[in-house]
Design a protein around this ligand. Structure first.
Ligand SMILES: NC(=O)c1ccc[n+]([C@@H]2O[C@H](COP(=O)([O-])OP(=O)(O)OC[C@H]3O[C@@H](n4cnc5c(N)ncnc54)[C@H](OP(=O)(O)O)[C@@H]3O)[C@@H](O)[C@H]2O)c1
Length: 313
Protein backbone atom coordinates (compact mmCIF):
# COMPACT_ATOMS: atom_id res chain seq x y z
CA UNK A 1 0.00 0.00 0.00
CA UNK A 2 1.03 3.61 -0.53
CA UNK A 3 1.75 5.71 2.55
CA UNK A 4 3.52 8.92 3.56
CA UNK A 5 6.29 7.91 5.94
CA UNK A 6 9.67 8.89 7.34
CA UNK A 7 12.58 6.44 7.52
CA UNK A 8 13.90 8.06 10.73
CA UNK A 9 13.26 11.12 12.88
CA UNK A 10 14.16 14.27 10.97
CA UNK A 11 13.90 12.63 7.54
CA UNK A 12 11.80 14.22 4.80
CA UNK A 13 8.37 12.56 4.49
CA UNK A 14 7.94 10.71 1.20
CA UNK A 15 5.56 8.38 -0.63
CA UNK A 16 6.53 4.87 0.50
CA UNK A 17 5.32 1.40 -0.48
CA UNK A 18 4.53 -0.68 2.61
CA UNK A 19 3.01 -4.13 3.25
CA UNK A 20 -0.71 -4.24 4.00
CA UNK A 21 -1.10 -4.45 7.81
CA UNK A 22 -3.20 -7.25 9.31
CA UNK A 23 -5.57 -6.82 12.26
CA UNK A 24 -4.79 -8.84 15.39
CA UNK A 25 -7.09 -9.53 18.36
CA UNK A 26 -9.20 -6.47 19.20
CA UNK A 27 -8.00 -4.63 16.10
CA UNK A 28 -9.65 -3.42 12.88
CA UNK A 29 -8.27 -2.83 9.39
CA UNK A 30 -9.61 0.40 7.88
CA UNK A 31 -9.44 1.47 4.22
CA UNK A 32 -8.84 5.19 4.56
CA UNK A 33 -10.54 7.59 2.17
CA UNK A 34 -9.19 10.85 3.61
CA UNK A 35 -6.73 11.98 6.30
CA UNK A 36 -6.47 15.27 8.20
CA UNK A 37 -3.19 17.14 8.65
CA UNK A 38 -2.22 18.63 12.04
CA UNK A 39 0.96 20.47 13.13
CA UNK A 40 1.71 17.61 15.55
CA UNK A 41 2.22 15.28 12.55
CA UNK A 42 5.41 17.04 11.45
CA UNK A 43 6.41 17.70 15.07
CA UNK A 44 6.36 13.91 15.66
CA UNK A 45 8.30 13.31 12.42
CA UNK A 46 10.87 15.81 13.70
CA UNK A 47 11.28 13.73 16.89
CA UNK A 48 9.01 15.49 19.42
CA UNK A 49 8.25 12.17 21.19
CA UNK A 50 11.56 10.41 20.60
CA UNK A 51 12.46 10.29 24.30
CA UNK A 52 9.02 9.18 25.49
CA UNK A 53 7.73 6.70 22.88
CA UNK A 54 9.46 3.82 21.12
CA UNK A 55 8.29 4.30 17.51
CA UNK A 56 8.76 1.82 14.66
CA UNK A 57 10.18 2.90 11.27
CA UNK A 58 9.28 3.48 8.54
CA UNK A 59 6.83 5.64 10.49
CA UNK A 60 3.60 6.48 8.69
CA UNK A 61 2.58 10.06 9.49
CA UNK A 62 -0.85 11.34 10.45
CA UNK A 63 -3.45 10.51 13.09
CA UNK A 64 -6.77 11.87 11.85
CA UNK A 65 -8.65 10.00 9.17
CA UNK A 66 -11.95 8.69 7.85
CA UNK A 67 -12.75 5.53 5.93
CA UNK A 68 -14.46 2.14 5.85
CA UNK A 69 -13.77 -0.89 8.05
CA UNK A 70 -12.31 -3.51 5.69
CA UNK A 71 -11.93 -6.41 8.12
CA UNK A 72 -11.77 -7.08 11.84
CA UNK A 73 -9.54 -9.28 13.98
CA UNK A 74 -10.69 -11.76 16.66
CA UNK A 75 -12.63 -10.35 19.65
CA UNK A 76 -13.85 -7.21 17.90
CA UNK A 77 -17.40 -6.28 18.90
CA UNK A 78 -17.42 -2.54 18.37
CA UNK A 79 -17.11 -2.45 14.58
CA UNK A 80 -17.94 -4.63 11.59
CA UNK A 81 -16.74 -4.67 7.97
CA UNK A 82 -18.46 -1.93 5.98
CA UNK A 83 -18.81 0.51 8.91
CA UNK A 84 -18.01 4.09 7.94
CA UNK A 85 -15.91 5.61 10.69
CA UNK A 86 -13.65 8.54 11.50
CA UNK A 87 -11.14 9.19 14.25
CA UNK A 88 -7.49 8.75 15.16
CA UNK A 89 -5.28 6.08 13.63
CA UNK A 90 -1.81 6.88 14.97
CA UNK A 91 0.06 3.84 16.35
CA UNK A 92 3.68 4.84 16.88
CA UNK A 93 4.77 1.47 18.29
CA UNK A 94 3.68 -0.19 15.03
CA UNK A 95 4.77 2.72 12.81
CA UNK A 96 1.14 3.22 11.79
CA UNK A 97 -0.72 6.38 10.85
CA UNK A 98 -3.51 7.80 8.73
CA UNK A 99 -1.53 9.05 5.70
CA UNK A 100 -1.88 5.61 4.13
CA UNK A 101 -4.28 3.54 2.09
CA UNK A 102 -4.93 1.24 5.08
CA UNK A 103 -4.43 1.41 8.84
CA UNK A 104 -4.77 -1.17 11.59
CA UNK A 105 -5.94 0.23 14.89
CA UNK A 106 -7.25 -0.97 18.26
CA UNK A 107 -11.06 -0.92 18.33
CA UNK A 108 -10.92 1.15 21.54
CA UNK A 109 -8.94 3.99 19.92
CA UNK A 110 -10.68 7.38 19.53
CA UNK A 111 -13.00 6.28 16.71
CA UNK A 112 -16.68 6.95 16.05
CA UNK A 113 -19.28 6.45 13.33
CA UNK A 114 -19.16 9.02 10.53
CA UNK A 115 -21.29 12.07 11.28
CA UNK A 116 -24.41 12.17 9.08
CA UNK A 117 -24.17 14.49 6.12
CA UNK A 118 -20.38 14.76 6.18
CA UNK A 119 -18.21 13.46 3.39
CA UNK A 120 -14.98 11.65 4.25
CA UNK A 121 -12.75 14.65 3.51
CA UNK A 122 -14.73 16.78 5.96
CA UNK A 123 -14.83 14.12 8.69
CA UNK A 124 -11.06 13.59 8.40
CA UNK A 125 -10.52 17.25 9.33
CA UNK A 126 -12.39 16.94 12.61
CA UNK A 127 -10.84 14.64 15.26
CA UNK A 128 -7.79 16.31 16.87
CA UNK A 129 -8.77 19.93 16.18
CA UNK A 130 -12.34 19.52 17.41
CA UNK A 131 -11.44 17.45 20.49
CA UNK A 132 -8.77 20.01 21.43
CA UNK A 133 -11.04 23.00 20.82
CA UNK A 134 -13.73 21.32 22.92
CA UNK A 135 -11.31 20.56 25.78
CA UNK A 136 -9.90 24.10 25.77
CA UNK A 137 -13.34 25.70 25.89
CA UNK A 138 -14.32 23.33 28.71
CA UNK A 139 -11.16 24.26 30.67
CA UNK A 140 -11.88 27.97 30.12
CA UNK A 141 -15.15 27.49 32.06
CA UNK A 142 -17.15 29.70 29.69
CA UNK A 143 -20.76 30.68 30.15
CA UNK A 144 -23.34 33.09 28.77
CA UNK A 145 -21.88 36.60 28.50
CA UNK A 146 -18.32 35.67 29.48
CA UNK A 147 -15.70 37.31 27.28
CA UNK A 148 -13.01 35.07 25.75
CA UNK A 149 -10.07 35.96 23.50
CA UNK A 150 -9.05 33.16 21.12
CA UNK A 151 -5.49 33.59 19.84
CA UNK A 152 -4.87 31.57 16.66
CA UNK A 153 -8.61 31.44 15.95
CA UNK A 154 -8.21 31.06 12.17
CA UNK A 155 -6.45 27.66 12.36
CA UNK A 156 -7.79 24.14 12.79
CA UNK A 157 -8.27 24.14 16.57
CA UNK A 158 -9.18 27.82 16.72
CA UNK A 159 -12.12 27.57 14.34
CA UNK A 160 -13.67 24.81 16.46
CA UNK A 161 -12.95 26.71 19.70
CA UNK A 162 -14.77 29.77 18.33
CA UNK A 163 -17.86 27.66 17.60
CA UNK A 164 -17.88 25.78 20.94
CA UNK A 165 -17.47 29.06 22.85
CA UNK A 166 -20.23 30.76 20.85
CA UNK A 167 -22.54 27.78 21.49
CA UNK A 168 -22.12 28.36 25.25
CA UNK A 169 -23.19 31.98 24.82
CA UNK A 170 -19.74 33.48 25.34
CA UNK A 171 -18.67 36.75 23.71
CA UNK A 172 -15.84 35.64 21.42
CA UNK A 173 -12.96 37.88 20.34
CA UNK A 174 -11.02 36.08 17.58
CA UNK A 175 -7.60 36.94 16.19
CA UNK A 176 -7.85 37.18 12.40
CA UNK A 177 -6.18 38.90 9.52
CA UNK A 178 -8.70 40.91 7.44
CA UNK A 179 -9.09 38.06 4.90
CA UNK A 180 -10.67 35.93 7.66
CA UNK A 181 -12.73 38.58 9.45
CA UNK A 182 -16.06 37.67 7.81
CA UNK A 183 -15.52 33.91 8.24
CA UNK A 184 -14.70 34.30 11.94
CA UNK A 185 -17.92 36.26 12.44
CA UNK A 186 -19.90 33.59 10.54
CA UNK A 187 -18.49 30.96 12.92
CA UNK A 188 -19.63 32.98 15.92
CA UNK A 189 -17.01 35.62 16.78
CA UNK A 190 -18.53 38.85 18.05
CA UNK A 191 -15.30 40.77 17.35
CA UNK A 192 -11.97 40.22 15.63
CA UNK A 193 -8.52 41.67 16.33
CA UNK A 194 -5.82 41.71 13.67
CA UNK A 195 -2.50 40.81 15.27
CA UNK A 196 -0.72 42.07 12.15
CA UNK A 197 -2.08 45.58 12.63
CA UNK A 198 -1.43 46.39 16.29
CA UNK A 199 -0.87 44.87 19.70
CA UNK A 200 -3.65 42.34 20.49
CA UNK A 201 -3.98 43.49 24.10
CA UNK A 202 -4.42 47.16 23.15
CA UNK A 203 -7.10 46.23 20.61
CA UNK A 204 -8.99 44.18 23.22
CA UNK A 205 -8.77 46.93 25.87
CA UNK A 206 -10.21 49.44 23.39
CA UNK A 207 -13.58 47.67 23.83
CA UNK A 208 -13.32 45.88 27.21
CA UNK A 209 -12.00 46.75 30.66
CA UNK A 210 -11.05 43.11 31.20
CA UNK A 211 -11.91 39.64 29.93
CA UNK A 212 -12.70 36.27 31.52
CA UNK A 213 -10.57 33.82 29.55
CA UNK A 214 -7.87 33.44 26.93
CA UNK A 215 -7.67 30.34 24.72
CA UNK A 216 -4.27 30.46 23.08
CA UNK A 217 -3.00 28.23 20.25
CA UNK A 218 0.16 30.12 19.37
CA UNK A 219 1.74 32.27 22.11
CA UNK A 220 4.95 31.35 23.88
CA UNK A 221 5.55 32.12 27.58
CA UNK A 222 6.60 35.77 27.00
CA UNK A 223 3.49 36.60 24.98
CA UNK A 224 1.38 34.75 27.56
CA UNK A 225 2.83 37.04 30.26
CA UNK A 226 1.94 40.09 28.17
CA UNK A 227 -1.65 38.97 27.51
CA UNK A 228 -2.28 37.84 31.11
CA UNK A 229 -2.91 41.47 32.10
CA UNK A 230 -6.17 41.36 30.12
CA UNK A 231 -7.71 38.82 32.53
CA UNK A 232 -10.06 39.76 35.34
CA UNK A 233 -9.42 38.13 38.77
CA UNK A 234 -10.50 34.48 38.58
CA UNK A 235 -9.92 34.38 34.83
CA UNK A 236 -8.42 31.43 32.95
CA UNK A 237 -5.48 31.16 30.54
CA UNK A 238 -5.67 27.95 28.48
CA UNK A 239 -2.74 27.06 26.20
CA UNK A 240 -2.42 24.24 23.65
CA UNK A 241 1.37 24.48 23.50
CA UNK A 242 2.30 24.24 27.18
CA UNK A 243 2.95 27.99 27.49
CA UNK A 244 0.76 28.69 30.53
CA UNK A 245 2.47 28.68 33.93
CA UNK A 246 -0.24 27.53 36.39
CA UNK A 247 1.75 28.46 39.53
CA UNK A 248 2.60 31.93 38.29
CA UNK A 249 -0.99 32.50 37.18
CA UNK A 250 -2.33 31.23 40.54
CA UNK A 251 -0.19 33.84 42.32
CA UNK A 252 -2.13 36.45 40.31
CA UNK A 253 -5.53 34.93 41.27
CA UNK A 254 -5.80 33.41 37.80
CA UNK A 255 -6.09 29.84 36.53
CA UNK A 256 -3.57 28.42 34.05
CA UNK A 257 -4.21 25.22 32.10
CA UNK A 258 -2.06 23.46 29.49
CA UNK A 259 -4.27 21.04 27.58
CA UNK A 260 -3.06 17.71 26.25
CA UNK A 261 -5.72 16.01 24.19
CA UNK A 262 -5.71 12.26 24.58
CA UNK A 263 -8.76 11.76 22.36
CA UNK A 264 -11.47 9.38 23.54
CA UNK A 265 -14.24 7.58 21.65
CA UNK A 266 -16.78 9.25 23.96
CA UNK A 267 -15.56 12.79 23.20
CA UNK A 268 -15.44 12.06 19.47
CA UNK A 269 -19.02 10.68 19.61
CA UNK A 270 -20.14 13.89 21.38
CA UNK A 271 -18.55 15.90 18.59
CA UNK A 272 -20.18 13.70 15.93
CA UNK A 273 -23.55 14.42 17.58
CA UNK A 274 -22.85 18.18 17.47
CA UNK A 275 -21.95 17.91 13.77
CA UNK A 276 -25.16 15.93 13.15
CA UNK A 277 -27.15 18.69 14.87
CA UNK A 278 -25.32 21.39 12.84
CA UNK A 279 -24.13 23.02 16.07
CA UNK A 280 -20.61 23.10 14.63
CA UNK A 281 -19.10 22.71 11.19
CA UNK A 282 -15.66 21.87 9.86
CA UNK A 283 -13.81 24.26 7.60
CA UNK A 284 -11.63 22.41 5.07
CA UNK A 285 -9.49 25.01 3.33
CA UNK A 286 -7.24 22.74 1.26
CA UNK A 287 -7.52 19.24 -0.19
CA UNK A 288 -4.55 17.47 -1.78
CA UNK A 289 -3.92 13.97 -3.20
CA UNK A 290 -1.72 11.59 -1.18
CA UNK A 291 1.35 12.16 -3.37
CA UNK A 292 1.19 15.91 -2.59
CA UNK A 293 1.08 15.33 1.18
CA UNK A 294 4.83 15.99 1.65
CA UNK A 295 4.38 19.46 0.11
CA UNK A 296 1.26 20.07 2.23
CA UNK A 297 3.20 19.09 5.37
CA UNK A 298 5.97 21.55 4.41
CA UNK A 299 3.37 24.28 3.83
CA UNK A 300 1.75 23.62 7.23
CA UNK A 301 5.10 24.33 8.91
CA UNK A 302 5.07 27.81 7.38
CA UNK A 303 1.82 28.77 9.20
CA UNK A 304 -1.03 30.72 7.64
CA UNK A 305 -3.56 27.88 8.12
CA UNK A 306 -7.14 28.84 7.28
CA UNK A 307 -8.98 25.83 8.68
CA UNK A 308 -8.00 22.27 7.88
CA UNK A 309 -5.80 20.68 5.22
CA UNK A 310 -7.09 17.26 4.15
CA UNK A 311 -5.31 14.52 2.18
CA UNK A 312 -7.37 12.48 -0.31
CA UNK A 313 -6.18 8.87 -0.37
N1 LIG B 1 -1.98 20.15 23.32
C1 LIG B 1 -2.68 19.49 22.42
O1 LIG B 1 -3.26 18.45 22.70
C2 LIG B 1 -2.77 20.04 21.02
C3 LIG B 1 -3.75 19.55 20.15
C4 LIG B 1 -3.87 20.15 18.88
C5 LIG B 1 -2.99 21.17 18.52
N2 LIG B 1 -2.01 21.56 19.38
C6 LIG B 1 -1.06 22.62 18.99
O2 LIG B 1 -1.79 23.84 18.94
C7 LIG B 1 -1.25 24.66 17.90
C8 LIG B 1 -2.37 25.07 16.94
O3 LIG B 1 -2.85 23.92 16.26
P1 LIG B 1 -3.76 24.09 14.96
O4 LIG B 1 -4.02 22.74 14.45
O5 LIG B 1 -4.89 24.99 15.22
O6 LIG B 1 -2.70 24.84 13.98
P2 LIG B 1 -2.96 25.57 12.60
O7 LIG B 1 -4.14 24.96 11.93
O8 LIG B 1 -1.66 25.64 11.92
O9 LIG B 1 -3.43 27.05 13.03
C9 LIG B 1 -2.63 28.01 13.68
C10 LIG B 1 -3.26 29.38 13.40
O10 LIG B 1 -2.62 30.40 14.17
C11 LIG B 1 -2.48 31.57 13.36
N3 LIG B 1 -1.39 32.36 13.93
C12 LIG B 1 -0.05 32.19 13.80
N4 LIG B 1 0.62 33.09 14.54
C13 LIG B 1 -0.31 33.84 15.17
C14 LIG B 1 -0.25 34.93 16.09
N5 LIG B 1 0.92 35.42 16.52
N6 LIG B 1 -1.42 35.46 16.56
C15 LIG B 1 -2.61 34.98 16.14
N7 LIG B 1 -2.74 33.95 15.27
C16 LIG B 1 -1.60 33.38 14.79
C17 LIG B 1 -2.19 31.00 11.98
O11 LIG B 1 -2.51 31.89 10.91
P3 LIG B 1 -1.49 33.04 10.44
O12 LIG B 1 -0.12 32.39 10.38
O13 LIG B 1 -1.98 33.50 9.12
O14 LIG B 1 -1.61 34.08 11.49
C18 LIG B 1 -3.13 29.81 11.94
O15 LIG B 1 -4.41 30.18 11.47
C19 LIG B 1 -0.14 23.84 17.24
O16 LIG B 1 1.11 24.22 17.80
C20 LIG B 1 -0.49 22.40 17.61
O17 LIG B 1 0.62 21.54 17.60
C21 LIG B 1 -1.88 21.02 20.61
Amino acid sequence: MRAIAVSEYGATPSVTDLPLPEPGPGEILVKLVAAGLNPVDWKIADGMLKDSVDAAFPLVLGADGAGVVESVGPDVGRFAPGDQIFGQFRDLARGGGSFAEYAVIDQDAPLARMPQGLIYSQAAGVPLAAMTGYSMVHEADLDVGKVVLIVGATGGVGQFAVQFAMNLGAHVIATAHPDMDAEMRRLGAAETVDYGRADIGEQVLANHDGIDAIIDLVSGPQEVDALTGLLRPGGAYVSSIGAANPDKLASQQLRGVNVHTPGTPELLATIADMLDASKIRVAVSREVPLEDAPAAIAANRQGGARGKTVIRI
